[in-house]
Design a protein around this ligand. Structure first.
Ligand code: ATP
Length: 303
């Protein structure tokens, strides 16, 4: 069995509308995902026992045990098809860790695609999507990539009509933010009790129209994330980072998922370079990355 390498992208949420906390602890979401060109590469090789190694930026923040989401995905897939999950999985992290860009979920999706190929399973898309949805809300999107609407916990996907390529600049924070902590802060700020029953969130018409037209300026104006005030309350520095991006002429600024990475939509490659320099010079973030989207989901790459 030859090793298999899968490349998988990070995601951002162009819209993240959050309903109240449900009785099962989750929040109903209406979200629009876009896959962007920051990637993890995951390689699986047949081995005597299941083990994981990690390299790359902030690899130290990623667990190298059974709690790693790639390992959980491999165990789940092996269990489903009645195989032993005996592989060495190696992850080269290019996606910021704990940055709200779903790097762990991306690795879970990559592990499913990689082991499906390594073990010659040839599962159909629906079956892989089922396993993915059980592993986490963001895992199915990492399989498909592109631009998509997510409902439910974000795992119920519908393709979104999107034209054009968008240029993004990301300001990475010194330290990650815990997703549950940000949702808890949102609940606290909203002052509602768990179990309350408000209207379900909806996908924004303005945002969908901008995507259909490939209109970056209109998209920039339509970006919204309900978690932004909560993340800003836990990490006030984020407000300053956003402000710097807007001052330097970004078409739009938005928190990535539950943060703390801030995303800035810009006109083109040149403006991306300028904004990256400005953010670095202002000293408002740990580092800056540039990317474009949409890009495809988890895919096997030739070594
Ligand atoms: P979430 O998907 O919960 O919103 P996130 O996108 O902010 O998270 P991730 O990079 O997915 O950030 O990491 C969240 C946490 O998941 C990390 O702090 C890490 O401890 C854990 N984790 C488990 N497996 C992985 C993995 N393969 N890659 C990155 N983090 C992982």
């Amino acid at each position: 069995m030859r090793p298999v390498t899968v490349r998988v992208p990070a995601k951002i949420n162009l819209q993240l509308s959050v309903g109240v906390r449900r009785d099962d602890g989750y929040h109903d979401l209406a979200t629009v995902f876009q896959a962007v060109s920051l990637y993890d590469d995951l390689t699986v090789t047949a081995a005597r026992r299941l083990r994981v190694t990690i390299t790359g930026d902030h690899a130290g923040g990623v667990p190298a045990d059974e709690t790693n989401l790639a390992v959980r995905a491999i165990v789940a897939l092996a269990g489903r098809v009645g195989l032993n999950p005996d592989v060495h999985v190696h992850v080269r992290k290019g996606i910021p860790v704990a940055g709200g860009m779903a790097g762990g979920s991306a690795d879970a999706a990559a592990a499913l695609v990689a082991c499906d190929a390594l073990w010659g399973l040839r599962l159909d898309r629906t079956e892989l999507m089922d396993v993915a949805a059980e592993l986490g809300s963001d895992v199915p999107f990492a399989l498909v990539g592109g631009t998509a609407i997510g409902l439910g916990r974000g795992e119920r996907l519908m393709p979104a009509l999107a034209r054009g390529t968008y240029h993004w600049v990301f300001a990475l924070a010194e330290e990650g933010l815990s997703t549950p902590a940000v949702y808890a802060e949102l609940d606290r700020l909203r002052g509602r009790r768990p179990g309350a029953n408000p209207a379900a969130p909806n996908v924004s018409e303005a945002l969908m129209t901008a995507l259909r037209a490939g209109d970056a300026a209109a998209l920039g104006a339509a970006l919204t994330n309900d978690l932004q005030p909560a993340a800003g309350s836990l990490r006030p520095q984020l407000r300053l980072t956003m402000e710097v991006g807007r001052e330097y002429g970004a078409l739009g600024a938005i928190l990535c998922g539950s943060g703390p990475t801030c995303a800035f939509l810009v006109r083109d490659h040149e403006q991306a370079l300028d904004l990256a320099v400005a953010l670095s010079a202002a000293g408002v973030c740990r580092s800056v990355k540039r990317a474009h989207g949409p890009v495809h989901g988890a895919r096997i790459v030739d070594d």
